[in-house]
Structure formats: C-alpha cells, structure tokens
Design a protein around this ligand. Structure first.
Ligand code: C2E
Ligand code: CA
Ligand code: CA
Length: 662
C-alpha cells in the first residue's frame, strides 16, 4: 500500500514518482494536499477556485507545484492557508520535496517538530485497519523505518524489530477487547545501550463507535529500569551485609558460639511464647580461666575457652541453648525439669582437664541458676537472678551450682543501698568509734583498746561492721574511713596514759596502697602522736594474696615504730609454719576458736598449738572473744599473753572509756 496524498484534479508527477497514491474516500488522514498549477494552466482551467469537495485547505498544508508558465495562477490562491511552493522553473531539489513531505508526515509544524525531537518516547498512530498513520521515533534511537514509505503501510510490512511488532499487536488485541488499555514493556538495542519502553495503548473511537485510531505510546523507561536493577543489586548487597552484620553481632568471635546478645534475644522470644512451663537459665563461670589467661602464653586462655565451648557445642540436646556469656562465663538455657540433673552433668563435663599444646589444665567451675517463671517472668530479671546466684556461689564457695533464692536478692539489694550510702561525701558524720579493752592475762591491766567502727545510718539504721566494712573495701571507701578513724582516735589517745596503745584494723586493700606508711605517719603526726602507741591489725589474707608487697609494707610500718598484729589467726589458709618469717609482733587467735574452748578437743588442740608456736617465736598472743572465766584460766596456763572479750569488756563508747581513767 502506497502512502497517500490528496490532490486537486491532477496528481503532480513528482509525487507520483515518489510512489504516492490516490487516497481512497474523503476521510483520509493525510496531512497535505497537492495542486499542480501547470496542469491547470495546461488544461486552460482558469480562473480556478478551490474545490469544496472535502479538501479543507485551512487545516492542511498545500503543496503547490508551478513553473514560469503557471506562475500567474499563484494570485488565485486563497490568502489564508499554509502553502509550500515548488518552482519547477527554478528546478527545486527533489530532496527539498522529500524533506517537506517527511516533515509533513511525521510532524504538523516546526515547533511541534522541535518538541517531538526532544521526546524520547515511541509513538505510533494506526488506523483501525492497522495502517500506520503517524509515528514518532526518538531522535537518539536509530530508526529502522523510512518515514515516506512507512506512512500508510500495514503493520505487517513495517520493518520493525520483532519485540516492537509484538508489543503493537498485543496493543491491538487489548484495544479490541474489553480492557481497552494495555501496558507492556519492551527492550530495544541501540547498538551500545539497551533501551526499555513501556507501551500503553489507547483508542480514539470514531463518532459511530467503531474503532478509528489506535495510539500506542512507548514511554522510555530505560533510566528507571537501570535504577531498578542497580537498586535491586544494592538491596541484595545491603541484605548480604546486613546478614553478615547480624551474624557478627550475634556470634562470639573466639568460640563461634552465640553471644550474650543472642542469648538475650532467645530468652526473650522463648519466654514470651512459653506459657508457664518451667525454664532454667544456668550461668557457668570458669573460675580459674582468667588466672590461666594472665599467667600463660597469650592464646592459651582462648584455646581453653574454645575447647570448653566445643564440649558444649557437641551436646546434641536440641532443647538446650548454649551461649558465651562473658569473659569466662557460659550460659545454658534449658527446660526446667531437666535443669538440676543437667547442670550437675554439664559442670562435670566442663571440669574435665583441658590439654593444650603446652600443658594440661585443671578446670574449676561454679554456676548460678534461676528459673522461669518461679524466679522471674521476664528476661532481664531472670538473667539478674542467675547472676546473683552465680555471685553467691563464687563468693561463698560452698555450692558448685547455686539455685537463686529471693534471700540472695534481698541481700544484694541491701548491699547496693549500703554502697550507695557509703559513697556519700559526709558519710563519716554518721560514724562513730567504740573502744574495746585488751588486757594483760595475768594482771588484767588494760594494755590496748581495739578501735571498732560503728555506723548508724538515718535511712538504713545501725549497719553491722561485718556488713559495711567488706562493702567499703569493695568500693574503696575503706581507705578514707580508716584515715578518718585514725585521725579521730589519735585525738582521744592523746588524752590517755602513755602506756595505753590503740589497736587499729587495717584492711587488706589499704595495706597495698604504696603511700600507706607516709600517710599514717603524717596523720598521727598532726596530733603529736608516736607510732609506738599504735598496733596495726592485719589479716593473713593479704599476705597470701600479695606476699612480697605486704611484707614490704609491714616492714615499712615496723621501721616507723608501729607494732603489727596478725588478726583472725587460724581461720586463714596459711599454715602455722611461716609465722616465723613474718615481722609480726602479736597474733590474735580468732574468736571462733574460743567459742567452744576448751571443751571442744579440736579448738583446744589448735589454741594450744598456736600458743606453743607464739611463745617459741617470742610473739605476743592475744585471745579474742573471751566470754567465760574458765577460758581465762586455761589460756593463762598455756601462756597466752593478752585477753579480749565480752567477759572483760564490751566495746565502749568514748565517754565510758575515758571514765575508766578519771
Ligand atoms: P575483728 O577485727 O575481729 O573485731 C573484733 C570483733 O569481735 C568486734 O566485732 C568485736 O565486737 C567482737 N568481739 C569482741 N569480743 C567479743 C566476744 O567476747 N564475743 C563475741 N561474739 N564477739 C566479740 P565488731 O565490732 O562487730 O567488728 C566486726 C569486724 O568488723 C571486725 O572484726 C573487723 O574485721 C571489722 N571492723 C570493725 N571496725 C573496723 C575498722 O575500723 N576497720 C576495719 N578495717 N575493720 C573493722
Ligand atoms: Ca581486729
Ligand atoms: Ca579478729
């Protein structure tokens, strides 16, 4: 089928040469008509008026062909309308004609053309018989079709890429069906880039309702598609890195086990969905791991940890969840009914010796256990309860696996309150000192007073020293308390007879302070007191923990003139044998030995042994906790030098003590 153009009377030969055919009917959509003035002149048809037979000149462009012969007829053309002139006498170029036709067939006018030029979309307008009436091909996409031959051609004859043909055909099918609208995506290659177009079909029905024109618009969505692809790549990448981060966040690097965060998540989720079936959380502490880690090759600790982790990982019980909980702690989460048995078994499993490439290590563990829902109904309190139980187990050392009891929590809460109070800046305002006499066993004359701290808190009431002293040691407050105490008692001591001395308890943590000796000396100096009037009570514990430092400090004190007493003697871990090596002046037999003395054979044997030892080393012996007269007789007989106890005197307030010397 040829492209069509209407003409008046005679078809210009130039158009016929280009293959234009005569239009069929009047409703042809061709954009122009043609008039050959030479043919009019030749046929003598003059003057002419433009025909009224359907060629609406105003709305179309008229191609006017003429020559010198027919030039005069130009005057007969109507004034309005749009004309394109082709002067045969000036021999217009064939190309000019073709360009004009192309412009007319692919665009209505120049400005529309420039707008169209910038549009990257594909547009096709077809007649209901599937003939191409008009189209726009993006200027930046190589076009496969020739505009002059394409117009009027049937779809099947258009040299279009297969995918485009299919899209158009599907558009037709859709247009003819009920849906009337249709969208499809196609990709065209333009040599170096894949261009994607999204097609939409729309219809312009003619007035009688039959299909008239079908418009297919292919919106270029290449950028969108590219963005979509790179976005999906990006999302995939993000997803991967998120998974990696997720894995990292929930895995312990050293052991490859789930970590604490993973445990927390698991606990929370399990507890939420568990109803009230019992669950148990066991926290297992490897007691000697940090010591091993600190005293061997740097990676030995890790090797041991890995071995221990593997032991847990090899447990195939799917009801049990294992995690690394802390530096030297594991967490085990399991059904409550199996917990008691399992915890004992796992502890045993963990305590089997560990072989590394250098040596074999013995392992010692303790554990704390708490139950859901008995001890706690949510994750945090459950973990806290297990931690409290573990701490109790570690501190007391009595049980290997300790099950949480509410009493543990009360004690801990109280300890927390005590610590908070102790840290208050003017805490010594709530403190006072009491003085307990230590007398010569033979003469019953007072030789020393042991200075004891008392605390009456406005919020907590009277807090016994057994409780607050150890907490003050833990948080370091004991040092300032002791300094305050030394300063206070020095003022009192100043007023007492020269042969009376004060016995001061010095905490282990304080003994390890390097400036201790100078600090105490300058404190008592302020009250013009000499070191000879003070006995410093220390415990064995510190000597065992850090023998070198402790011995050095004790010597420092002795060099200044202080005397040294070893307090609570006999309860510690040391043997009696090393007593001779220490520069101590006195030992205080712990009051626990006096409780059933002398009737209990064991206590009696121990007291006897200590007294034999002290007299052979020429060390002063002090018996603490003397409550009965018969004890004094016995102690005296064995050569005990000094006595202290409720029988002789309870700790006294300052006024009561001063009254003794009035
Ligand atoms: P400790 O150093 O062994 O002090 C002697 C404890 O035995 C005192 O208890 C005293 O009241 C008690 N006691 C004395 N005679 C008897 C007796 O016949 N029977 C019984 N059952 N007990 C007797 P207190 O005052 O409760 O002190 C307890 C512990 O608190 C002291 O034990 C000491 O370790 C510590 N402490 C007290 N004051 C201070 C201090 O100023 N500094 C330091 N670091 N610790 C102190
Ligand atoms: Ca003492
Ligand atoms: Ca004591």
């Amino acid at each position: 089928m040829k492209p069509q153009v209407s003409y008046w009377k005679y078809m210009p030969p130039e158009l016929a040469e280009l293959g234009f055919a005569t239009p069929v009917g009047n409703s042809t959509p061709e954009p122009c008509i043609a008039i050959d003035l030479d043919s009019i002149h030749h046929n003598g048809n003059r003057p002419f008026s433009l025909p009224a037979d359907g060629l609406a000149l105003e709305s179309k462009t008229t191609l006017v062909f003429y020559s010198d012969r027919s030039r005069h007829l130009l005057n007969d053309l109507p004034l309005s309308g749009h004309f394109e002139f082709f002067d045969r006498s000036a021999s217009f170029s064939k190309q000019a004609l073709q360009e004009t036709l192309q412009r007319l067939f692919t665009g209505t006018d120049r400005s529309a053309e420039t707008i169209l030029h910038s549009i990257d979309d594909l547009i096709f307008v077809f007649s209901s018989e599937e003939r191409l009436l008009w189209y726009h091909w993006p200027s930046n996409l190589p076009s496969p079709i020739d505009p002059i031959t394409a117009i009027g051609s049937h779809l099947q004859r258009l040299p279009l890429p297969e995918s485009l043909l299919q899209a158009i055909e599907q558009g037709f099918t859709a247009a003819r069906s009920e849906e009337r609208e249709h969208a499809i995506e196609i990709t065209l290659e333009d040599g170096h880039r894949k261009r994607t177009f999204a097609f939409r079909t729309s219809l312009q029905p003619s007035t009688d309702g039959s299909l008239d024109r079908i418009t297919l618009t292919g919106r270029e969505i290449t950028d969108l598609v590219e963005a979509r692809t790179s976005l999906s790549n990006l999302t995939e990448e993000l997803e991967n890195s998120f998974l990696r981060a997720f894995e990292l966040a929930f895995t312990d690097r050293t052991t490859g086990m789930p970590n604490k965060a993973a445990l927390m998540q698991t606990l929370e989720m399990t507890m939420e969905n568990h109803g009230d079936e019992s669950l148990a959380l066991l926290l297992l502490h490897v007691r000697n791991l940090s010591n091993i880690g600190n005293s061997t090759r740097f990676d030995t600790g890790d090797q041991i940890l890995k071995t221990l982790a593997d032991r847990l990982k090899n447990e195939t019980n799917r009801q049990t969840f294992f995690a690394r909980y802390g530096e030297d702690e594991f967490a085990i989460f399991m059904p409550g009914d199996m917990a008691t048995e399992e915890s004992a078994r796992l502890l045993k499993l963990m305590e089997a010796p560990v072989k590394t490439d250098t040596m074999e290590f013995t392992i010692s563990c303790t554990a704390g256990m708490a139950f859901f829902p008995e001890d706690a109904t949510s994750m945090e309190p459950l973990v806290q309860s297990a931690e409290i139980a573990l701490r109790e187990a570690s501190e007391t050392g009595v049980e290997k696996v300790r099950t949480f009891s509410p009493e543990d929590r009360r004690r801990l809460t109280f300890a927390m309150l005590v610590e908070t109070e102790l840290l208050r800046p003017n805490i010594t305002d709530e403190m006072s000192l009491v003085y307990q006499p230590i007398v010569d066993a033979v003469t019953r004359k007072i030789r020393y007073f042991e200075i004891l701290l008392r605390w009456k808190s406005p919020t907590l009431g009277v807090v016994p020293p057994d409780i607050f002293i150890s907490l003050a040691e833990k948080i370091g407050v004991i040092i300032s308390l002791t300094n305050w105490m030394i300063s206070q008692c020095s003022q009192v001591l100043h007023q007492l007879p020269e042969d009376i001395c004060f016995s001061i308890n010095l905490s282990p943590v304080h003994l390890l302070v390097p400036t201790l000796v100078d600090d105490i000396v300058s404190l008592i100096d302020r009250h013009n007191m000499r070191p000879e009037r003070y006995k410093i009570e220390i415990t064995e514990e510190v000597i065992i923990r850090d023998p070198v430092e402790a011995t050095q400090r004790i010597r420092g004190l002795k060099d200044q003139g202080f005397t040294i007493a070893l307090d609570d003697f006999g309860v510690g871990f040391s043997g009696l044998s090393y007593l001779g090596l220490l520069p101590v002046d006195s030992i205080k037999i712990d009051r626990s030995f006096l409780e059933h003395y002398p009737e209990d054979r064991r206590s009696s044997a121990l007291v006897e042994a200590i007294l034999t030892l002290t007299s052979s080393f020429n060390i002063e012996s002090i018996a603490e906790g003397v409550e009965r007269e018969d004890q004094i007789e016995q102690l005296k007989r064995l050569g005990c030098n000094m006595l202290q106890g409720f029988l002789l005197s309870r700790p006294l307030e300052e006024s009561a003590m001063m009254a003794m010397f009035a």
